[in-house]
Design a protein around this ligand. Structure first.
Ligand code: ADP
Ligand code: TRP
Length: 339
């Protein structure tokens, strides 16, 4: 993909403790793509979508704390705040003005079809409650705020997980609707970028790794806890000497998603030939994963202990983001309100 001079943007919701599935599926690919984009002379924006969290989290100290943790996590994982534009959504007033404008170009039917809203309605129906019970407009309008996040900076590409692709498509549709009304390209039409292979890391019980299933290998924890989680990865009862298809073995699937290629190759060979026990593989993986995570954890602890510095980084990032936002919003204002 030619990223020369392009704007790549992604947002992350503060949702609590991170696991290696988040790292493999969201954090690492976003940072990688951002680095490629910046090397090609483009802009990379990464922000914490704290107002997106408000529809489900109305606990101020907790929201503040998980925002803080998330900021430190991305820095610990290698985001360079000097190069990338790293900021908090709530520090950018332009996004909220853009949201107001976009609302008027968004057919209500788009929101009725958005996954998060539909899932909430389905849950209510299953419980025998009224369709919209407990659903606030923040959840309903979630995709419009997300569209504003994307369109306000003139983003070209949006790296996201598969669950977010629909939101980026809605964004493109909203931008297209506004452009169509005024007969010109006022807003740039963005595209979602998803990574295909290995995008979903299974958890230690074989289901998708997710904090809501309690089946995670934590990203930032004490070495002993990380090792304990790896040692509890579910295995089957096949004989140690039976040659196995690695693709069917959970340990291998997790290793392939996270571990270095040499270790993955060694496990693959051991399973194919037979003779390499699950206990041995687990020990190798536990060592490797703990070793890989130790320096990241150390950096995380450092940033958490020096959060004033992180706060300064976020503030500086917000200033840079607003500089990018201003001309885009100006153009939209002039288009809809007149000069
Ligand atoms: P969780 O399922 O633990 O609640 P989130 O929904 O908060 O995780 O996910 C945050 C980001 O991490 C999303 O972009 C999502 O696609 C990614 N992610 C979450 N779990 C995994 C996984 N098991 N494998 C790959 N990516 C994941
Ligand atoms: N909705 C995204 C999620 O739930 C987070 C997000 C908010 C986002 N605004 C965005 C992602 C803009 C990409 C672009 O994970």
């Amino acid at each position: 993909m030619d990223l020369k001079g392009k704007c790549v943007l992604t947002g992350v919701k503060p949702t609590g403790t991170l696991h290696i599935g988040n790292y493999v599926g969201a954090i690492r690919p976003a940072i990688q793509m951002g680095n490629e984009c910046m090397a090609a002379g483009g802009n990379f924006l990464l922000f914490i979508a704290d107002y997106h969290a408000l529809n489900y989290l109305k606990d101020t100290p907790n929201l503040k704390e998980i925002t803080r943790q998330l900021a430190c996590s991305y820095l610990a994982c290698g985001l360079d705040p000097e190069k990338a534009v790293f900021f908090r959504q709530s520090d950018i007033p332009e996004v909220f003005e853009m949201t107001t404008i976009l609302t008027n170009f968004t057919p209500k039917g788009f929101m009725n079809k958005a996954h998060a809203y539909k899932a909430a309605v389905d849950k209510n129906i299953a419980k025998g409650e009224p369709n919209d019970a407990g659903i606030n407009m923040g959840l309903y309008n979630y995709p419009i705020l997300m569209a504003a996040d994307i369109l306000t900076y003139g983003s070209d590409y949006v790296p996201v997980g598969k669950d977010q692709v629909q939101h980026v498509e809605i964004t493109a549709d909203i931008a297209g609707a506004l452009n169509a009304v005024y007969g010109k390209e006022v807003l740039k039409i963005p595209a979602a970028i998803t990574q295909e292979y290995g995008a979903v890391l299974p958890g230690i019980d074989g289901r998708k790794m997710s904090k809501s299933y309690g089946n995670v290998i934590p990203l930032f924890d004490e070495e002993a806890k990380i090792k304990k989680a790896v040692m509890s990865i579910k295995t089957d009862s096949q004989d140690i000497n039976t040659p196995k298809n690695p693709e069917e073995i959970l340990l291998y699937q997790i290793a392939r998603g996270f571990c270095a290629p040499e270790l993955v190759a060694e496990i693959e060979e051991g399973l194919k030939k037979g003779g390499m026990g699950y206990g041995t593989i687990k020990k190798m993986m536990a060592e490797a994963i703990a070793k890989e995570l130790a320096p990241i954890h150390e950096k995380y602890v450092h940033y958490m202990a020096h959060y004033e510095d992180v706060e300064d980084m976020l503030k500086a990032g917000a200033e840079r983001a607003r500089k990018l936002a201003k001309p885009v919003l100006e153009k939209v204002r002039e288009t809809v309100l007149g000069e």
